[in-house]
Write a new protein. Structure first.
Lengths: 451, 129, 482
């Protein structure tokens, strides 16, 4: 299937008009010795029908979490997505447009992103948000750079109860500038050990990162952590779950300087982990240090309200090696998803999503509390995700659950040996039903199968 | 400040000396090239600078220029008004739009800078390029 | 101008989208610590859809018309790819699922990597970087760890002055120092200058091929040889790979590391700024440094390999923008070997044809055959008081999108034009004739250009006011009591 529309005679006429007799003449700057000999080994072109069946067959060789009862989380969640999101996202006015460099013909994208920025700023209670980043991990890495540049120290403190994947991204970003990342351990309650954090501050650090809820789902004492960071002259960088913010105190309320997080929960399919949506919000005084695009409202020469990309002198296309970041393409369409999702669900619907996620995860927690041999090491001060140690091996529990259409959780023992052999991370979103949650409990209690 | 009485740099900055205090700004040619100035970052008072040290930035909508100190010395005053209202630099580059005042270590340094006439010649050469 | 969703969504009623809570007995009030409402809209579905449809109507997009943005490769995005990418078997996958349940996804990743290797001549690819700049950064990390591993203290990356701004920015993030070298009077890298600049401190020479002027570096073989002789690596920014498909394989001519942009060369949509995908490829000696995990064949199927001692680690939370891979893979399947070659041939023919037409009215600083794009200059209009911005804005009035303007920096009043292969000759003719008309208008009645655009949803916007006092979020009330 070719998407080229010119015919052979078009090409001949165009070559003639260009003043050459053959295509080869146009390639004269390319040394023939460097040219590909023969055809690439990629096979013949496929028709649309063949493409659909070939690639479609790959889709059918998967068993998607979305069609099972998924209790998988760890940053990516199986959530309800209203039809409005797919409808808006499939409009080619949005998905086939480019970065809004010509503002006059990009007002749709610009206004939508401005509204997205507003929603993120409101969710986090911060002064302003940017137009999106790649994902939570890279947003946190950029926040790390910001903090190091603002506070002029190349050392930051991060919680040990952080996703190992996020941690790995931080490490690879930090290595170039030799930024030192040190870990604050967790307490018996699974939250940040403030005493240890204080000790680690005996040497200057640019930022204290707090994940709230942390990777184990636990809610941190954000206000105290914030006070500690500020009393030590460091910034507080909050890594937050956007859905939790419908219920939990937002970063702006406890004085965070920069807030980042993963926006996948806001109307974006799981899609095997990408594309995602990194969001970043900051206090007013740090906006000029922010990476990425920012959309501002302004007026046109007739005084009509309109939107433009602004503070572009921070960015790579103008400031080059002195830019705040190298980011150019971002996750604009995912930001649009988030805006449509949040405006569809609205204040009340969004809060209901958060309430149900909390209620259902606590229901499963209580259910498992009654199962002999199940241990929840950290108590119930969590939002929608918690750690549990299964009576037998986690592996056999997870495989049995999977056989019964339940994805039981993410094994933690490999990445967090301190948690003991059979710990798993269980997430419960608003999508899970009473029947699924009860079935989960039954399998944990060894009463699976047959039902 | 009367432009004719100022000294100039290749970076289109002007210096007006009152005894050992140098008032520093950017020329109307510079503001014309930059366009609307939207943000100015200035050093802190009491900062010690060497001649031609970068000491701040001048941002227009789609360009950034660095501000250099044309003389060595200590910064004794910065123009808060242009931080509040950067447009002032466009409106009045030689008067209200001044940037900083430096107490010079060596007023003799001014000698290496362009005179008004030399600067006009320099602009002419640039335009010819 | 459209009111914001917050204004429209004040005091309304949202629809009900999720079922009643089937655990009403569960008390969670103790968890609640947020003091007030978020400030989200409350709006009914019809008005919500109208809001976004109204916004949609204010966008230019490829399905509406030609998008001649240089270095952006705005080609047609096949609609079937959107359909395929939306299959639940792809969108419903959680990245932590058991490998047995995601065999199709792993196969797709594996096949796409293999295809990219075949197209570029590189030995292996990582699909983890999600944008071109992200790929550059990943490539720099690979170079950094490669030299650290060898105990070589090399900290300089040489970049030509025609480079995209992301290049030096990526270099700096990775802890390297960028060193810019000037292009010669033909717009190309000068091997003599390069020779003088490379030394034992040089880690990488980073180039774009063809370069941002749309020119193929005639001396590329010598350039690569110079860099290699100094013990450094050559990085190729593959943003312009649309010129080379089936014609030149970077890996086969000695490029050590490169990235490709799936959202340019392989027809995945740009989404108003993203998501993109910027896979990084390396030659044999650098394979161990690629990000983890990598997809490998195992038994009769596919598996993740998480372990590599030398790997730079990770650059994304998971595996990159998987949903973009699906579309790019479908595109490569549709094109096949012959189709991909035809893509580049047609892109090159279209660009040269358009250059010959536009060159009659606008200055072409570097004449001679171009590859997939070329750079014109509006400098001969300056005498009439007209700038390139004015030409760009006037194009909008004619219902077209403007080219990339004021880039590359080495061309005064630059208009960087990339017509891409999917545009038909008649469309190019139309664009050329509009450009001609605009150049006549500039001479006869420049005021029309200064006033442009007049037919767009808004006219020229006050960017200075926005930059002086940014208004980044709506301050008015939202929601209101139900």
């Amino acid at each position: 299937m070719s998407f080229i529309q010119n015919t052979d005679s078009d090409r001949e006429e165009m070559l003639r008009a260009t003043g050459v007799s053959s295509f080869e003449q146009l390639l004269s700057p390319v040394d023939p010795a460097l040219r590909v000999k023969g055809d690439l080994k990629l096979g013949r072109p496929m028709s649309e029908t063949e493409v659909r069946s070939h690639v479609g067959a790959m889709a059918s060789r998967n068993r998607p979490a979305g069609s099972l009862a998924s209790f998988l989380g760890g940053g990516i969640y199986d959530r309800f997505i209203p039809a409005t999101v797919r409808y808006v996202l499939s409009r080619s006015e949005f998905y086939t447009s480019y970065t809004p460099y010509q503002a006059e013909v990009s007002q749709g994208t610009l206004q939508a992103i401005y509204e997205y920025q507003t929603m993120i700023a409101r969710l986090t209670a911060m002064d302003a948000a940017n137009a999106s980043m790649y994902d939570a991990a890279t947003s946190l890495a950029e926040a790390m750079f910001m903090a190091c540049s603002i506070k002029r120290s190349d050392r930051i403190l991060v919680p040990a109860a952080l996703s190992t994947r996020v941690r790995a991204v931080l490490e690879s970003y930090a290595a170039g500038r030799r930024i030192r990342i040190e870990e604050v351990p967790w307490t018996d309650e699974g939250t940040m050990d403030l005493g240890r954090a204080e000790e680690l501050f005996s040497e200057k650090a640019s930022a204290l990162v707090m994940a709230n809820p942390n990777y184990f789902g636990m809610i941190e004492d954000a206000a105290r952590i914030s006070d500690l960071a500020h009393s030590k002259g460091a910034l507080l960088v909050a890594l937050v779950d956007p859905v939790s913010l419908a219920l939990l105190s937002p970063p702006g309320e406890y004085g965070a300087d920069i807030a980042v997080g993963e926006g996948q929960s806001l109307g974006i399919p799981q899609s095997f982990g990408g594309p995602l949506l990194g969001f970043m919000a900051a206090r007013q005084e740090y906006i000029r240090k922010c990476p990425g695009r920012l959309i501002s409202a302004t007026t046109d020469i007739d005084g009509k309200r309109g939107y433009v990309m602004t503070l572009q002198t921070r960015e790579q296309h103008i400031r080059r090696e002195k830019a705040t970041s190298n980011i150019c393409s971002n996750e604009g369409l995912c930001a649009l998803s988030a805006a449509v999702y949040l405006s569809t669900m609205g204040e009340d619907g969004f809060r209901e999503v958060a309430r149900q996620s909390a209620a259902k995860s606590h229901a499963l927690y209580r259910l498992l509390s009654g199962v002999e041999g199940c241990v929840m090491p950290f108590g119930d001060n969590f939002f929608q995700e918690f750690v549990v140690r299964m009576p037998g091996s986690s592996e056999s529990f997870l495989s049995q659950a999977r056989a019964e259409g339940i994805l039981g959780g993410i094994p933690l023992s490999g990445d967090y040996p301190l948690l003991g052999g059979d710990a798993i991370l269980v997430a419960v979103t608003e999508k899970r039903t009473r029947a699924e949650i009860e079935k989960y409990g039954d399998i944990a209690a060894g009463k699976g199968g047959g039902r | 400040m009367v432009p004719e009485e100022c000294r100039f740099t290749k970076e289109h900055e002007w210096v007006y000396a009152e005894d050992d205090v140098a008032v520093i700004g950017i020329s109307d040619y510079a503001t014309g090239e930059l366009g609307d100035i939207v943000y100015v970052e200035l050093p802190e008072v009491d900062t010690e600078v060497q001649q031609m040290d970068p000491i701040g930035t001048i941002e227009a909508v789609k360009t950034v220029a660095e501000l250099f100190s044309p003389v060595s010395g200590t910064i004794i005053e910065i123009n808060e008004e242009i931080i509040e209202d950067p447009e002032t630099v466009n409106k009045s580059p030689f008067e209200d739009g001044w940037f900083i005042k430096v107490k010079m270590d060596d007023p003799g340094e001014l000698e290496v800078l362009f005179s008004y006439e030399e600067y006009q010649e320099f602009l002419g050469e640039q335009a010819g390029e | 101008m459209s009111a914001t969703i917050f204004e429209k969504g004040t005091g309304g009623v949202s629809g009900r989208y999720i079922p009643e809570n089937d655990f009403p007995e569960e008390r969670i009030d103790d968890l609640i610590s947020r003091s007030g409402e978020v400030g989200l809209p409350r709006i009914g579905q019809q008005d919500l859809i109208r809001h976004y449809v109204e916004l949609a109507s204010k966008n230019y997009h490829i399905d509406k018309g030609m998008y001649p943005l240089g270095s952006c490769t705005m080609k047609y995005n096949p609609v079937v790819n959107e359909e395929i990418a939306r299959l639940d078997g792809f969108t419903g996958l959680h990245p932590a699922q058991d490998e047995e349940d995601v065999q199709g996804a792993l196969e797709l990743i594996y096949n796409l990597e293999s295809a990219l290797c075949e197209i570029t001549g590189m030995s292996a690819f990582s699909l983890q970087p999600v944008a071109g700049a992200h790929g550059e950064l990943t490539g720099m990390m690979i170079a950094r760890d490669y030299f650290r591993g060898r105990g070589e203290d090399r900290n300089v990356v040489i970049v030509p002055d025609s480079a995209h701004g992301t290049n030096p920015a990526s270099v700096v993030i990775c802890g390297f120092t960028p060193k810019t070298i000037p292009s010669n009077d033909k717009g190309l890298i000068d091997p003599e200058i390069l020779e003088k600049e490379v030394n034992e401190k040089t880690a990488v020479f980073m180039l774009t091929l063809p370069n941002t002027l749309g020119l193929f570096e005639k001396e590329i073989a010598r350039i690569i040889e110079i860099v290699h002789r100094a013990g450094a690596l050559v990085y190729m920014d593959g943003a312009n790979m649309n010129a080379l498909l089936g014609l030149v394989r970077p890996g086969s001519i000695g490029i050590d590391i490169m990235h490709v942009n799936l959202h340019k060369t392989f027809a995945t949509p740009h989404g108003g700024g993203g998501p993109g995908s910027g896979p990084v490829g390396v030659r044999e000696h650098l394979v161990d440094f690629l990000p983890v995990p990598r997809v490998v064949r195992e038994g009769g199927g596919f598996a993740f390999d998480h372990v590599s001692e030398k790997s730079i680690g990770k650059v994304h939370s998971w595996y990159g923008n998987f949903n973009v891979f699906v579309k790019a893979y479908a595109y490569i399947c549709a094109c096949g070997a012959s189709g991909l070659r035809a893509v580049s041939e047609n892109a090159i023919i279209n660009a040269n044809y358009l250059m010959s037409r536009i060159g009659k009215w606008y200055d072409i600083k570097y004449p001679g055959p171009c590859m997939h794009e070329f750079v014109a200059s509006g400098r001969n209009l300056k005498a009439h008081g007209v700038r390139t911005t004015d030409v760009a804005k006037r194009l909008l009035d004619y219902g077209l999108h403007a080219p990339t303007v004021y880039f590359p920096l080495i061309v005064e009043e630059a208009l960087m034009i990339e017509p891409v292969e999917t545009e038909k000759r008649e469309t190019l003719d139309h664009f050329a004739s509009v450009m001609e008309r605009i150049s006549i208008e500039a001479r006869e009645n420049p005021q029309i250009l200064h006033d442009a655009p007049v037919t767009t949803p808004v006219r020229r916007l006050d960017e200075a006011a926005a930059a002086r006092n940014p208004d980044l979020c709506w301050a008015g009330p939202a929601g209101g009591p139900e």
